[in-house]
Design a protein around this ligand. Structure first.
Ligand SMILES: *[C@@H]1O[C@H](CO)[C@@H](O)[C@H](O)[C@H]1NC(C)=O
Ligand SMILES: *[C@@H]1O[C@H](CO)[C@@H](O)[C@H](O)[C@H]1NC(C)=O
Ligand SMILES: *[C@@H]1O[C@H](CO)[C@@H](O)[C@H](O)[C@H]1NC(C)=O
Ligand SMILES: *[C@@H]1O[C@H](CO)[C@@H](O)[C@H](O)[C@H]1NC(C)=O
Ligand SMILES: *[C@@H]1O[C@H](CO)[C@@H](O)[C@H](O)[C@H]1NC(C)=O
Ligand SMILES: *[C@@H]1O[C@H](CO)[C@@H](O)[C@H](O)[C@H]1NC(C)=O
Ligand SMILES: *[C@@H]1O[C@H](CO)[C@@H](O)[C@H](O)[C@H]1NC(C)=O
Ligand SMILES: *[C@@H]1O[C@H](CO)[C@@H](O)[C@H](O)[C@H]1NC(C)=O
Ligand SMILES: *[C@@H]1O[C@H](CO)[C@@H](O)[C@H](O)[C@H]1NC(C)=O
Ligand SMILES: *[C@@H]1O[C@H](CO)[C@@H](O)[C@H](O)[C@H]1NC(C)=O
Ligand SMILES: *[C@@H]1O[C@H](CO)[C@@H](O)[C@H](O)[C@H]1NC(C)=O
Ligand SMILES: *[C@@H]1O[C@H](CO)[C@@H](O)[C@H](O)[C@H]1NC(C)=O
Length: 599
């Protein structure tokens, strides 16, 4: 038959309500394995790290991908039939030692995350070879030396987080050439009195530039040409000269230039930034007048606030009268203008205001209808769904904790609706199915948020079913949500399964590198499992030749009835099959479990 000459790349297990599968019992099946050069590279990485907490004990096993090394997430490359490292997630494992240059051999890597460890040494320049790298998170370690200028070759890189290390040298001007760089966060390093390259004014994509406490000198380049800039923090350096006068991006939320040596006036173009939340110019040598119209183009919502901090400068006068709306808080103490505070009627702006930092909040616009407390038992982990379309819908929430690792805002409250919409849309839920419990800002402008997901309203059930729980957990845990400029990268803190969900706590996390298929897709690929597409029959089920909508030729194994007891066994089998591999013939590219609606 003609198709036998086709390089066969897939076995797909179809699992319809009447057909079950069992193991492919073929002697030809070999173990699917990691590309040998990547095994060597990972071993070299391991040798350079010191693992006092024994988090990497699984790295003693034979194959990184096939024997599930901690933090190693793999993908199958159908061109060479090998598994390749796609992600390396070694965050918060108390690792010390160094990063090995062999990291540069992990050619399929998209995410390298080793933050919150105690890694020292320099950044291997070979990381600059990783053409597919999207996220590079090396923050909160003890990494020293120069940022390799060659990193400008990382054309796909979106997040570059290196804050809280011990870097020195200079900021490479070449980084401005990176076409997709969205977040550059380098706070708390020491660039030895070098300056911010002028080329940074032409960066195409950044939403966040955070260079706080980097020992930078010289003048601030004109950053008005960065179209989507949301967050700019250049505070606690020794920047001098005047503040560039051109207007920054219309969407900017935060401008922090405090604790520098800036002189001259406050540019009038700081007015007319409609989303501004915080402008901090404190502890500089600015002179001239206090502008009284910075908020003139802001339409304040009930929760929006604007903080203008100009403490400790040389501001002498006020333009017009200073009569800000209640959403605006202005701080002027430590300026000559405060010696005339009485006369100018600005005593409250020159005194010690109460702290206006948003430290903790709770979106408390809970249900306005009063529901009878007795009929929804909090003890059994049920509660009224705050925004339910049907009043007093009592359901069991899933509690999820998320950490936004580098958001581009200073105040979260005005963005709660946007966050609710972002999460629910990304997860295909209705808006009312999410309620934001609480949030708290942490050191380093990170935002911890606890949310509750509620099941869709139904009069027959008031909890999520298992497949829905698994879908949500997989999407959140495997970072499948689309990225958001405002909310930035996130991390799952906890996914709490209590009360009626306690027995779901052991549902396995999604099988990596294997795609779920729709039964219909497989049905169509095989012309309805027609006899003409059947190419084999074993003791365990029939095998069909199929062509997927994208043209991929696959072998589809339709499992036979009676051999499977339940979801758990099904997933175990998929897990096992995903590790089986015939180098020249067959590997698992997907599976379908129609009964459990898994596709
Ligand atoms: C893979 O390892 C992780 C921990 O490193 C564990 O939670 C998970 O259950 C393992 N999966 C399999 C299939 O062994
Ligand atoms: C991290 O490792 C160091 C030794 O390298 C140890 O002293 C320390 O207690 C560990 N910290 C945590 C949080 O486990
Ligand atoms: C970090 O690693 C260094 C060695 O590189 C060690 O001296 C130090 O104690 C470690 N610090 C912590 C907090 O583990
Ligand atoms: C960071 O590494 C240097 C050596 O490069 C070491 O002297 C220093 O103690 C380390 N700092 C911390 C906080 O571990
Ligand atoms: C940074 O590195 C220098 C030189 O290696 C070292 O002396 C210093 O202790 C390090 N700083 C920190 C905070 O680890
Ligand atoms: C500002 O934000 C709005 C809404 O999010 C967006 O449509 C617009 O393109 C943004 N402007 C720029 C210059 O990025
Ligand atoms: C800013 O600082 C740099 C380096 O410290 C110095 O060369 C320059 O003259 C200063 N510029 C101004 C305007 O003070
Ligand atoms: C304000 O910014 C615009 C656009 O960047 C610029 O053309 C204008 O000259 C600036 N105004 C002042 C007073 O500097
Ligand atoms: C201004 O400088 C003083 C003294 O160094 C410091 O205590 C204060 O926190 C600084 N203010 C701001 C807003 O950074
Ligand atoms: C503020 O809102 C009002 C009404 O909602 C609208 O007419 C006006 O154009 C808005 N102004 C700005 C600067 O967006
Ligand atoms: C998980 O999140 C909840 C809030 O939803 C919190 O109360 C709980 O302490 C967290 N659990 C863990 C283990 O962090
Ligand atoms: C920088 O270090 C200071 C002091 O240790 C800390 O408060 C701040 O959160 C750090 N900045 C970031 C972005 O982590």
């Amino acid at each position: 038959m003609a198709w036998q000459r086709v390089y066969l790349i897939g076995i797909i297990l179809a699992f319809s309500s009447c057909c079950f599968f069992s193991l492919l019992a073929s002697g030809q099946i070999e173990q699917m394995i990691t590309h040998p050069s990547e095994v060597d590279a990972l071993r070299a990485v391991r040798r350079k790290l010191s693992d006092s907490m024994k988090n990497l004990n699984s790295w003693k096993k034979t194959d990184p991908c096939a024997s599930n090394w901690t933090g190693v997430i793999c993908t199958l490359d159908s061109n060479d039939g090998y598994l390749h490292v796609q992600e390396l997630r070694l965050l918060n494992m108390n690792l010390s030692g160094k990063l090995a240059s062999e990291l540069g051999q992990l050619s399929h890597m998209t995410i390298l995350d080793v933050m919150w460890n105690n890694i020292s040494g320099s950044i291997p320049k070979e990381i600059g070879n990783l053409a597919s790298l999207k996220l590079l998170h090396l923050n909160n370690n003890n990494i020293s030396g120069q940022i390799p200028p060659g990193f400008s070759e990382l054309l796909d890189l979106v997040h570059f987080l290196l804050d809280n290390n011990n870097l020195s040298g200079y900021l490479p001007a070449e980084l401005s050439e990176m076409p997709n760089l969205g977040i550059l966060q380098l706070d708390n390093n020491s660039f030895q009195g070098t300056s911010i390259p002028v080329s940074y004014s032409n960066m195409p994509k950044p939403v966040k530039l955070s260079l706080r406490n980097c020992n930078l000198q010289g003048e601030i380049p004109d950053l008005s040409g960065i179209p989507g800039l949301l967050f700019l923090d250049l505070s606690s350096n020794q920047l001098n000269g005047t503040i560039p006068t051109n207007k920054l991006s219309e969407n900017i939320t935060t401008i922090d230039l405090s604790n520098n040596q800036l002189i001259g006036p406050i540019p009038s173009n700081f007015s007319g930034l409609p989303r501004l939340q915080r402008l901090s110019l404190a502890n500089n040598s600015l002179s001239g007048i206090v502008p009284s119209n910075i908020w003139q183009n802001i339409n304040f919502s009930a929760t929006a606030t604007l903080t203008l901090d100009s403490r400790n400068n040389f501001l002498k006068n006020i333009s017009g009268s200073l009569n800000p709306p209640s959403n605006v808080s202005i701080r002027l103490e430590g300026n000559p203008v405060c010696s005339r505070a009485n006369e100018l009627n600005i005593i409250q702006l020159c005194g010690l205001n109460a702290g206006d930092d948003e430290t903790y909040g709770s979106s408390n616009d809970s249900t306005t209808v009063t529901c009878r407390t007795q009929s929804c038992s909090v003890h059994d982990s049920y509660e009224y769904v705050p925004e339910s379309p049907v009043p007093c819908y009592c359901a069991a929430p899933l509690g999820v904790g998320l950490l936004l690792r580098s958001p581009s805002i200073s105040n979260f409250r005005p963005y709660t609706n946007e966050f609710q919409a972002y999460l629910t849309t990304s997860l295909s839920l209705d808006l009312y199915q999410l309620s934001i419990g609480s949030f708290i800002w942490q050191n380093g402008s990170r935002l911890r948020i606890y949310v509750k997901f509620f099941p869709q309203y139904s009069n027959s059930s008031s909890k999520f079913n298992k497949s829905e729980i698994q879908r949500l957990r997989d999407m959140i845990a495997t970072f499948s949500l689309p990225s958001s400029d405002i909310f930035g990268p996130y991390q799952l803190l906890n996914f709490t399964l209590v009360g009626p969900y306690a027995d779901s706590a052991k549902i396995p996390i999604k099988t990596e590198s294997v795609k779920g298929f729709d039964f219909i897709e497989l049905y169509e690929a095989t012309s309805g499992f027609s006899v003409t597409t059947q190419v084999g029959q074993g003791g365990y089920g029939k095998v069909y030749k199929g062509i997927l909508a994208n043209g991929t030729v696959v072998a589809i194994k339709r499992a036979q009835q009676g051999s499977l007891q339940g979801q758990k066994e099904f997933l175990t089998e998929i897990e096992l099959l995903s590790r089986l591999h015939h180098r020249n013939l067959v590997s698992l590219v997907g599976y379908c479990d129609e009964k459990a609606n898994r596709c």
